[in-house]
Design a protein around this ligand. Structure first.
Ligand SMILES: *Cc1c(COP(=O)(O)O)cnc(C)c1O
Length: 368
């Protein structure tokens, strides 16, 4: 069992779609499957536009450029490295703001403090399938006239105020990587209600081509292939079923570990939909063994749990050398990165597996 084992929801449907695209010999370049996936994702989220891409990182880069961000952009350090790298790769400065230790998403007060005359935007991250503090961040963005963008790689089909994530800020970016809740092998998408922004992003995704031989914009190659779209189309009708599996697994972990001291399974707001893709265990090393000892114990039993975002983007290269003082304002980020352990879930993990995993943890803690 390992964290991030891909869900395969409908192998027969995927094979059927792949046969069709091979017969058409239309393998990429705005093919019918990519268009259909874009329409279905836009409808699922409830937005006007979905621009599908080859992955979430390039989607972030395209969104960052299409919004015209320059100079500094405020971002959490407690996120996957791609969030920071997308900014750096586009010549921008990620300014790391601290998180709320309860939700692990951006702390609005820390964002407020990080604003300087060089700030050009805020890039929030919806972590663990849970919304970032959307309304507070939007208020700060409005007050300072800054565009707000979201990295929604963790939050496909989750909600904020009962509205699907993807509908907030100027645009939101999904990753459809194989390890994500909803996936297309590799892939991603930018969703927005802004017609002009969507048009610019479509041009950027395909080298700036307006038609067969007219280039009207600088661009990159961010296209999704037809095979990837086929996997997306096969998986999309099953997202609610996968959410249910994940939710049952999350409940099983919560119950099995309820009486075990020193560990707590992060709970999500019942009033919102969460995709439950992440079972986040917070380890209190004052009570029992450290998070890393628990990780080693699980690995010895072939349960491949994972630390997440440890040691924080600001402690990774090049940021560690570029911004050596960043840690001074990131106390919560460092504390959370030291206590989080993500446990295996998804359609390849059963409730029986979870009881075994909980037992391993309970026994390790009992030893002290
Ligand atoms: C997975 C992920 C990305 C990157 O997406 P890719 O499709 O792998 O390029 C970006 N941000 C976060 C928070 C992610 O989890």
């Amino acid at each position: 069992m390992h964290v991030g084992r891909p869900n395969i929801t409908d192998q027969a449907r995927f094979s059927e779609l792949v046969e069709g695209l091979l017969e058409r010999r239309w393998l990429t370049n705005d093919g019918p499957l990519v268009r259909e996936l874009e329409e279905r994702v836009a409808a699922h989220v409830g937005v006007r536009h979905c621009v599908a891409t080859c992955n979430g990182t390039v989607a972030l880069e395209i969104a960052i450029r299409a919004l015209g961000l320059t100079g500094e952009v405020i971002v959490p350090s407690y996120t996957f490295i791609a969030t920071a790298h997308a900014l750096h790769w586009q010549g921008l400065t990620p300014v790391f703001a601290d998180i709320d230790p309860r939700t692990h998403t951006l702390d609005p007060e820390a964002v407020q403090r990080a604003i300087t005359p060089r700030t050009s935007g805020i890039l929030g991250v919806h972590l663990w399938g849970r919304a970032a503090p959307v309304d507070d961040l939007q208020a700060i963005a409005d007050e300072h006239g800054l565009p707000l963008l979201f990295d929604a790689a963790h939050a496909f089909s989750s909600t904020h105020r009962q509205r699907k994530i993807g509908r907030f800020g100027r645009a939101e970016v999904f990753s459809f990587h194989a390890t994500k809740f909803f996936h297309s092998l590799e892939g991603g998408a930018i969703v927005t209600d802004d017609d002009d922004l969507a048009e610019t992003m479509r041009l950027m995704r395909n080298f700036g081509f307006a038609n067969e031989d007219e280039v009207i914009h600088p661009g990159t190659n961010g296209k999704m292939t037809e095979v990837c779209a086929a996997m997306g189309l096969a998986n999309l009708p099953h997202v609610d079923r996968v959410r249910e599996i994940n939710r049952e697994n999350h409940t099983a972990y919560t119950e099995a570990l309820a009486e075990v001291p020193g560990v707590e399974v992060m709970q999500y707001d019942e009033a919102e939909d969460n995709n439950y893709q992440y079972v986040v265990l917070e380890v209190d090393s004052r009570v029992g063994p450290s998070r890393d000892e628990m990780l080693r114990t699980l690995r010895a039993e072939n349960v491949l749990a994972r630390r997440y975002f440890w040691p924080g983007c600001h402690n990774m290269m090049p940021y560690r050398e570029l911004y050596p003082d960043a840690a001074s304002t990131l106390a919560q980020t460092e504390a959370v990165a030291d206590r989080v352990l993500v446990l295996p879930t998804g359609d390849s993990v059963s409730v029986d597996d979870i009881e075994v995993i909980a037992d391993i943890l309970a026994k390790r803690i009992a030893i002290g």
